[in-house]
Design a protein around this ligand. Structure first.
Ligand code: SF4
Ligand code: SF4
Length: 193
């Protein structure tokens, strides 16, 4: 349910009527009252409702594809992260909230994987730079913003907490490929060798 964008023109100088303020206050009240009665009528009759009230958490907002919630790790069908622990997201993060410990994956086609991958969400500002820096589409911004807790320690998300199956992130991944004109998606699973 996306909101309407209204562009308001701003003038440098106020007219004499505007400088009196009272007519402007009355004008503002008229607009507010107009919205109130229109929405009240819509609420009573159930028709032409223009209000934007979401009864959260019972009702959820379907955020647009460009929305950036908390960053998560893409989980391949075999349960492994797509991440190859290159460290680019860690380097790109402006708040230093990503910590990666790389490990070697014996017998696999790829050399490195994240033995540990932590994000301190209390410092993350959902900027998406980690997602932009990642060459593997391994870290993406999810739609989840409901991460409030009562203590700071539980704001540190470990690799296991961050893994989200690729299918659940399809909308965001499609959006990114479109946004960055990526033709091919990175190979996954055994094809990565
Ligand atoms: S979204 Fe921004 S602040 Fe958060 S982990 Fe990614 S780069 Fe760091
Ligand atoms: S998430 Fe991407 S950028 Fe970060 S370490 Fe893994 S592969 Fe590299």
């Amino acid at each position: 349910m996306p909101g309407r964008v209204i562009v308001v023109k701003r003038r440098d100088k106020l007219g004499w009527l505007e400088r009196l303020y009272v007519p402007m206050i009355v004008k503002g009240l008229r607009v507010t009252a107009g919205h109130f009665f229109r929405n009240l009528r819509g609420f009573i009759t159930g028709k032409n409702r223009t209000d934007f009230v979401v009864q959260w958490p019972e009702e959820q907002v379907d955020y647009p594809d460009a929305f950036r919630g908390m960053p998560v790790l893409v989980q391949l069908p075999d349960g492994q992260p797509r991440c190859v622990a290159c460290g680019l997201c860690e380097f790109a993060c402006p708040t230093d909230c990503i910590s990666i410990v790389p490990g070697e994956l014996e017998g696999a086609g790829i050399e490195r994987y994240p033995e540990a991958f932590d994000i301190d969400m209390s410092r993350c500002m959902f900027c998406g730079l980690c997602e932009e820096a990642c060459p593997e589409e391994a870290i993406v911004m999810s739609r989840n913003v409901e991460i409030a807790t009562y203590d700071r320690a539980s704001m540190t998300y470990r690799k296991e907490d961050l893994l989200v199956p690729e299918d659940y992130l399809k909308r965001r991944l499609d959006f990114l490929r479109d946004e960055y004109d990526r033709v091919d998606e990175p190979p996954s699973g055994p094809e990565r060798s």
